[in-house]
Design a protein around this ligand. Structure first.
Ligand code: 9WO
Length: 236
């Protein structure tokens, strides 16, 4: 998979994409992530990316031309349009979740457009396949949401997370349950004991305990998810 990011702050991407799992996925060639500066797609001497909105009001918005040139440039490859997704990160988008991540992981190329200031000229959305939000809050730009999306999508690419079961066992992956409580050594810390079942060596008992605890945690911490889980269970 290839992920191309268009931003006016490329610096924001060095660091998060150069550590841990994402770093390994890139080194292994499983995820080819490239960051492009929107200013490189301008045609004027001052590399202007923004302008004042018609109708007045505070602030600036992205001009359409540089964004169009960036999209055109990044679409100049052998990938069929059906295998490419152009995404704009904004609070107006569909709220991101694990199933969107799983769907996006199947594309050959993602082009992520990061807005800034007060947004983009509405005509930019004509070239965008989907608008995605990572939650109901406003940030200074689409860069952090792009990083969230990349992190989540890349670990869905086969081979990125070492054990196949690790990705499948995650919260949300199979059936919208939260993680079960986890413990490591020491067996007693500050008077708090690790549940005996986990030390028992009885793997069937451990599996049953984990599932019950996952259900309990979901009901307590995320009643909204618990209701969804109950609904899905009824159907099966
Ligand atoms: C700022 C602003 C100021 C005055 C009047 C209207 C305004 N709209 C905005 C605004 O929404 N700015 C956005 C900043 C434009 C797109 C990039 N920015 C952004 C993306 N902020 N938050 C996101 C975002 C993206 C995905 N998920 C959550 C938040």
């Amino acid at each position: 998979m290839r992920i191309d990011v268009v931003t006016i702050f490329p610096q924001m991407f060095s660091g998060p994409l150069d550590v841990s799992l994402i770093k390994r996925a890139r080194a292994a060639g499983l995820a080819k992530i490239n960051i492009y500066n929107l200013r490189d797609f301008t045609a004027d001497r001052h590399q202007t990316v923004d302008d004042r909105p018609y109708g007045g009001g505070a602030g600036m918005i992205f001009k359409p031309e540089p964004v169009y040139r960036a999209i055109k440039y990044l679409s100049r490859n052998k990938i069929r349009p059906a295998n490419r997704r152009i995404i704009y990160l904004s609070p107006q988008g569909r709220v991101f979740n694990q199933s969107i991540a799983r769907r996006l992981a199947k594309y050959q190329q993602l082009i992520l457009i990061c807005g800034h200031y007060e947004g983009v000229d509405e005509r930019v959305l004509d070239w965008v396949d989907e608008e995605i939000s990572i939650g109901d809050y406003v940030l200074t730009g689409g860069e952090l949401p792009a990083l969230v999306l990349i992190d989540c999508v890349v670990r869905q690419i086969p081979g990125v997370v070492a054990k196949k079961e690790s990705v499948q066992n995650d919260s949300f992956s199979q059936e919208y349950l939260l993680d079960w409580p986890q413990y490591t050594r020491p067996p007693v810390y500050q008077g708090r004991k690790v549940p005996a079942v986990l030390l028992s060596g009885n793997h069937q008992k451990i599996e049953e305990w984990r599932r019950q605890e996952a259900i309990r945690a979901t009901r307590k911490k995320r009643p909204d998810l618990y209701r969804q889980w109950l609904e899905r269970k009824k159907k099966c």
